[in-house]
Design a protein around this ligand. Structure first.
Ligand SMILES: [Zn+2]
Length: 397
């Protein structure tokens, strides 16, 4: 930029977010795509290309969960292009094709930035959620972390976490958009304002809808063990669980604290009362607490999960396989063997009929969502996607 570049008057905005209309108009774009379009427009260059999204390196382990396709459909619907992608909740590995777009490049260029942003973040969150769910070995994991990120994206965060296998989400709006009940207990603030944990538990029991499970928070003022017993006695054992939200300063003792609470609950006749743990949890910490915890609230580890670095590259121009160095050219399909699980990548027009390893039946994984901008596939509900994700995760338990 030159020093003489004219400074524009900044536009005023209450919240620094792009509107859905601006995103769909291609305004959330890196300027180099806009300039590319300007040049192609000036020269009237209409090249039909195929773009492919794939990942070179995954942030967690050797697989990712594909998430964000529903928003991609809403971004690109009505544009003159074809969109093929993995269905949401599909597992993929590095170097596998996950998405294909057939388009006139000058018409598509300004959407690349938004497309990658939608895909990279949602897939990162869903993947991390799934890893926490696996770590919990069947115990429920709830998404409690929207407070760490911009509120405008809370519904996306919680939807991705839910798709990744979380049993519920804490954000009221996100839960409403998912068609789920929001999940939560009581904050430390309520206990501080009412004076003690017992008053908060009694007030909750008196005022809050009886369908909401009673979960007492037991680490605000006193010892977790004594607050647990006090709360259990208050409601005559009619509490569903206690929640430990002990700060990281006591993290080393968490397992022992929880064990002690379990012991005291059991010998006082409260065997049915569960122990939930929250506060700075992640996939490494969860397995260490599994011997005694019955469920987890996970915050930042899921909501601020590392993004998955999808790259979108041209692999075909006017029907000819063409790609930059380091990328394999040609539009490709990913096949999964239904019998042995073998994964095979083939050129799109070189259909794989059976598994090269076991001759079993194979399923193409990339499915068409848009044909010349027209939707040709129903979008699944988050519940349907989540069910499929959990079915994929189960064998790893
Ligand atoms: Zn096979």
């Amino acid at each position: 930029m030159s020093a003489t570049a004219q400074q524009k008057q900044p536009a005023e905005r209450e919240f620094f977010i792009a509107t859905p209309e601006e995103i769909r108009a291609g305004r959330v774009t890196d300027v180099y795509f806009e300039r590319t379009k300007q040049i192609l427009d000036a020269r009237a260059i209409d090249k039909q290309v195929v773009l492919e999204a794939r990942v070179k390196k995954l942030p967690y382990g050797d697989w990712g969960l594909f998430c964000g396709a529903a928003e991609l459909v809403h971004l690109l619907e009505g544009q003159p292009l074809d969109l093929w992608a993995l269905p949401e909740g599909t597992r993929f590995a590095a170097h596998e094709p996950t998405l294909l777009i057939g388009c006139n490049y000058r018409q598509f260029a300004v959407y690349e930035t938004a497309l990658l942003g939608l895909l990279c973040q949602a897939s990162g969150i869903a993947t991390k959620a799934a890893r926490c769910v696996i770590a919990a070995e069947g115990r429920p994991v709830w998404s409690f972390g929207v407070r760490r990120l911009h509120p405008a994206i809370a519904p996306m965060i919680d939807r991705s976490a839910f798709i990744g296998g979380c049993q519920g989400v804490s954000c009221v709006l996100a839960a409403e958009l998912l068609g789920e009940e929001a999940v939560g207990t009581v904050p430390h603030a309520l206990i501080l304002i009412l004076g003690d944990s017992a008053s908060a538990t009694l007030a909750f029991d008196e005022i809050i809808d009886k369908r909401v499970k009673r979960v007492a928070l037991v680490d605000t003022f006193g010892d977790e063990k004594f607050e647990t017993l006090e709360n259990a006695e208050l409601l005559s054992g009619n509490i569903y669980a206690v929640r430990l939200d002990t700060p990281s300063s006591r993290r080393g003792d968490m397992l022992e604290i929880a064990r002690e609470i379990r012991w005291e609950l059991d010998i006082h006749g409260y065997q049915q009362v569960k122990i939930f743990i929250s506060g700075g949890l992640d996939e490494e910490l969860i397995p260490t607490l599994n011997p005694v915890a019955d469920g987890y609230g996970v915050g930042t580890a899921i909501s601020n999960a590392r993004v998955i670095d999808f790259a979108l590259d041209i692999v075909e121009i006017e029907g000819d396989p063409t790609a930059k160095r380091g990328k394999e050219s040609g539009a490709k399909q990913l096949y999964l063997c239904e019998k042995c699980g073998q994964r095979s990548v083939r050129l799109f027009n070189d259909e794989l009929k059976s598994c090269p390893t076991c001759s079993g039946p194979v399923q193409p994984q990339l499915v068409q969502f848009l044909a010349q901008g027209r939707r040709v596939r129903e979008l699944e509900s988050a519940q349907e996607v989540r069910r499929r994700v959990l079915a994929q995760l189960t064998p790893e338990r």
